[in-house]
Design a protein around this ligand. Structure first.
Ligand code: F6P
Length: 326
């Protein structure tokens, strides 16, 4: 017997490519099981303002390939207050909603966790963030697209770096996680990757650049995660310029282009699988878990454990960087 009849879906926090594919999967799987499916605009904010509307199959036509989110997104402070959550609950109840799918990052899951403890609405989280910083899933929706965008951009930077014999210090997103830097740095053959999960001795970087200069290796790429210990690419460049003013050094901050664009096949695929699994979970009466994919299998993680994962990076990754860039 199904445990829910009327479910709602929302996107919350920073958008990530593949969110639309996840919304589509939730809506179409819900309809397939004869559930009523509602969309909530602007994340938790829409729950507070009552921007909730019924969705049909055609509401999600032609969106699987689109970046951003058709449900829009927001970060909503009011929802973190008890009064805000009560208002949100009352609005959901007006529509008879008895199950909620939240697509977002760990901040959004904290909100969902609190909400579901206070009220009788089970919440299922789907990890939607380019940062890949959530425990309980090998990949998050949006990460693969963001990394591919970064790789494409860094390849282009390499062309111009090569033409001018320049050092480029490139900053990528990730908030306080370095996965975009690590993956894009290896995939573009960067000489150094600076990320918050690993301490960097700036002297090592400088010594390496000096050794490269001696052997006339003039094109050098350093990929820096925005959350690194130095405070981003400009600060790293300041250190380098102080010690090696003769180097022709440029900084490029990739910024929000990493959040946009058509999702890759992998992001569409994981979003579709996770969206489908979220409806399954609600129908079987599972409460308050995040749907992840681990070793290519769907895995449930309790929402309170689906928090920022600050993992130790296996030193082998950095050995690879060093050996391949030598
Ligand atoms: O969490 C996704 C992310 O893009 C981070 O990588 C980045 O630090 C942050 O969001 C930027 O947030 P905003 O779009 O609010 O500036």
């Amino acid at each position: 017997m199904k445990k829910v009849n009327n479910i709602a879906v929302l996107t919350s926090g920073g958008d990530a490519p593949g969110m639309n594919a996840a919304i589509r999967a939730v809506v179409r799987t819900g309809l397939y099981h004869h559930l009523n499916v509602f969309g909530v605009m602007y994340g938790y904010k829409g729950m507070l303002t009552g921007e909730i509307f019924p969705m049909e199959s055609k509401s999600v036509a032609n969106i699987i390939q689109r970046g951003g989110t058709v449900l829009k997104t927001a970060r909503c402070k009011e929802f973190y207050e008890a009064d805000g959550r009560k208002k949100a609950y009352e609005n959901l109840k007006k529509f008879g909603i008895d199950g909620l799918v939240v697509i977002g990052g760990d901040g959004s899951f904290k909100g969902a966790q609190k909400f579901s403890q206070e009220f009788d609405i089970p919440c299922i989280g789907l990890p939607g963030t380019i940062d890949k910083d959530i425990a309980g899933s090998d990949f998050t929706i949006g990460f693969d697209t963001a990394v591919n965008t970064a790789v494409e951009a860094i390849d282009k930077i390499r062309d111009t770096a090569d033409a001018h014999d320049r050092l480029f210090i490139i900053e990528v997103m990730g908030r306080d996680a370095g996965y975009i830097a690590l993956h894009s740095g290896i995939a573009t053959g960067a000489e150094h990757i600076l990320m918050p999960e690993r301490k960097t001795d700036i002297d090592d970087v400088i010594n390496d650049l000096m050794a490269n200069e001696r052997r006339q290796k003039m094109v050098n790429l350093i990929v820096v995660a925005e959350g690194d210990e130095f405070g981003g690419a400009n600060e790293v460049a300041r250190h380098v310029k102080e010690r090696m003013p003769q180097l022709d050094t440029r900084v490029c901050i990739l910024g929000h282009i990493q959040r946009g664009g058509s999702p890759t096949c992998i992001d569409r695929l994981i979003a579709s699988r996770m969206g489908y699994a979220a409806v399954d979970a609600l129908m079987e009466g599972t409460h308050n878990v995040m749907i992840g994919i681990v070793n290519n299998k769907i895995q449930y993680t309790p929402l309170d454990k689906a928090v920022k994962a600050k993992q130790k990076i296996d030193p082998e990754w950095f050995k690879i960087v060093k050996i391949l860039a030598s």
